[in-house]
Design a protein around this ligand. Structure first.
Ligand SMILES: *[C@@H]1O[C@H](CO)[C@@H](O)[C@H](O)[C@H]1NC(C)=O
Ligand SMILES: *[C@@H]1O[C@H](CO)[C@@H](O)[C@H](O)[C@H]1NC(C)=O
Length: 240
């Protein structure tokens, strides 16, 4: 969003400079007087360039299919995904799918029931994760919130209301709407949606990680993400 605005700003400034130059009656006088207008305009442009980058940075796409109580998912989220996102957020296109190996059944028209690998507690937790994606509508903030829900510091394996309250306090997020969503229809529809997206991919285990569409085992995640850039960002220099 910010970069898009910057881009528009530059185009507007460029066109106004061009229009001004063409319309200006003293344009030729300036040249006659030995002052080359282009030099001034170029200086202006460099000024703009220095202050605000005009191009979207190269981004690597990450898709994570997971379920909130699977122990490997919890380890990956908190030990690999979160620190990588903390360092590389502006250069990532992230998608989270909190559904994993669950099953969806339509029990009546538009009413869905879920069966989760680690029981009903996991279905509710996955809804909390799905509702956080929806409510925060900021995928970076969501990674921090959801990995906080899964952190080993949480009681009862986390991803429950108590974890949402704790993480809300830690991260300055109001957990009320997220918990409400998870308990009502919106949470159900969101989980159904993430289930549909997960079934399309048809993975056999979780966490199932894709980096630019290529399956990754997550064991050296940051390094593999960095290797996917044509021009790795500076933060990649320390990646092991
Ligand atoms: C998204 O969340 C991150 C982490 O909290 C924050 O740094 C960033 O400014 C947020 N982005 C927007 C557009 O609000
Ligand atoms: C936490 O997860 C472990 C591993 O899946 C499980 O054995 C244990 O029963 C869970 N504890 C609670 C309180 O849910």
């Amino acid at each position: 969003m910010f970069l898009y605005k910057t881009h528009v700003f530059l185009i507007i400034s460029l066109s106004s400079i061009t229009v001004r130059a063409q319309d200006d009656e003293i344009f030729s006088n300036l040249i006659d007087g030995g002052l080359t207008p282009m030099q001034n305009f170029k200086a202006d442009l460099y000024e703009v360039d220095r202050k605000e980058p005009t191009e979207e940075p190269e981004k690597v796409e990450i898709k994570l299919f997971y379920e909130c109580l699977c122990p490997d998912c919890r380890i990956f989220d908190t030990m690999s995904l979160k620190p990588t996102v903390a360092k590389l957020a502006p250069y990532l296109k992230l998608h989270l799918y909190p559904y994993g190996n669950a099953q969806t059944t339509e029990i009546s028209d538009g009413v869905y029931k879920f069966k989760c690998q680690h029981g009903p507690k996991e279905c509710y937790g996955n809804k909390l994760h799905a509702c956080a994606i929806d409510y925060l509508s900021n995928i970076t903030a969501t990674v921090f919130f959801n990995s906080c829900l899964m952190d080993s510091a949480r009681k009862n394996n986390g991803s429950d209301d108590q974890a949402a309250d704790e993480c809300g306090r830690i991260l300055g997020v109001h957990p009320g709407q997220i918990k409400f969503c998870a308990k009502h229809d919106r949470g159900m529809y969101l989980l159904k949606h993430f289930g549909d997206e997960s079934k399309k991919v048809g993975f056999k285990y979780v966490p199932y990680i894709l980096i630019n569409g290529v399956e990754n085992d997550g064991s050296k995640f940051m390094k593999d993400v960095c290797a996917a850039f044509k021009h790795p960002p500076a933060a990649c220099a320390q990646a092991q």
